[in-house]
Design a protein around this ligand. Structure first.
Ligand code: F6R
Length: 263
């Protein structure tokens, strides 16, 4: 597990973007796993800027979003598809046919989720998965007690998640309480995972995920089972880590090794 305590969210987004662009340069048909919410916006702004200013192309990239609300009509402003259109897809050259979301409207959601898993496999698997984390430790919409081996399926959102997201819904508008999400097992199949978490509201979820026992009560802790996961934190989200100073020393050593060309 690589834990990087950044100066702030901007530095976290900068590091994540640099690593994604390096992967894209190595593999122009990169398979990207994407998250929504406020945390990854800094990455998306930088990817759009790289496309506009330097002509970085996403024409061969395939994308799989982590989750989508169930029951919102297509084009609803709070749907994750609308979010992605506004923050990323509208600003880069990824072809619409390369964009995938977990299913939410098909008649048989179970069969549709199985087809979604098959589509990820057919693309060769997710190369880089971008993640945020909920205050209750959820990754994607894998709420506490989600099986650590779970695959794409419909989940009931936890009370806390519904409350955390209530800010996006005008008073009186019905807020969805179900979402289709990649499973924890699906996420763990990704080759590389970049998780960003910023602010003290995320401090407990980060501590439980990084330093706690692996437990379905804190889904982020399942990432301890992955061989290539990076947590990009700020001082706030890292504030409960007992090994904060150790992680700082690891970063200094990593920078020194990079300067020497050893990494
Ligand atoms: C969204 C997602 C969620 C969010 C999490 C944090 O696609 O998968 O797990 O990453 O709820 O949300 P923010 O970034 O808004 O704090």
């Amino acid at each position: 597990m690589r834990v990087v305590v950044c100066r702030d969210a901007d530095e976290g987004a900068e590091i994540a973007t640099r690593e994604i662009l390096a992967e894209l340069e190595r593999k122009p048909d990169l398979v990207l796993g994407l998250a929504t919410g406020s945390t990854p916006i800094g990455i998306y702004q930088r990817l759009v800027a790289a496309h506009r200013a330097r002509g970085v192309s996403f024409a061969r990239v395939r994308t799989f979003n982590l989750d989508e609300y169930y029951g919102l009509p297509p084009g609803h402003p709070q749907s994750y598809r609308s979010f992605m259109e506004a923050h990323l897809f509208g600003g880069i050259d990824v072809p619409p046919e390369n964009i995938h979301f977990p299913p939410t409207s098909e008649k048989s959601i179970v069969a549709a989720c199985a087809r979604h898993e098959a589509a990820i496999r057919a693309a060769g698997g997710i190369d880089v998965q971008i993640l945020g984390i909920g205050t209750n430790g959820h990754i994607g919409f894998n709420e506490p007690t989600s099986s650590l081996a779970s695959r794409t399926r419909l989940k009931t959102l936890a009370e806390k998640t519904v409350r955390d997201n209530a800010r996006f819904y005008p008073e009186g508008e019905k807020q969805p309480t179900l979402a289709a999400t990649l499973g924890i097992g699906t996420i763990l199949d990704s080759r590389r995972i970049l998780l960003q978490a910023f602010g003290t509201a995320k401090a407990e979820a980060v501590r439980r995920s990084v330093e706690g026992p692996v437990s379905s009560m804190w889904p982020g802790s399942a990432l301890q089972l992955h061989a290539d996961v990076t947590f990009l934190l700020d001082e706030g989200s890292a504030s409960e880590l007992s090994l904060r100073d150790y992680f700082r020393r690891v970063r200094e050593n990593e920078e020194e090794l990079r300067r020497r060309g050893a990494l």
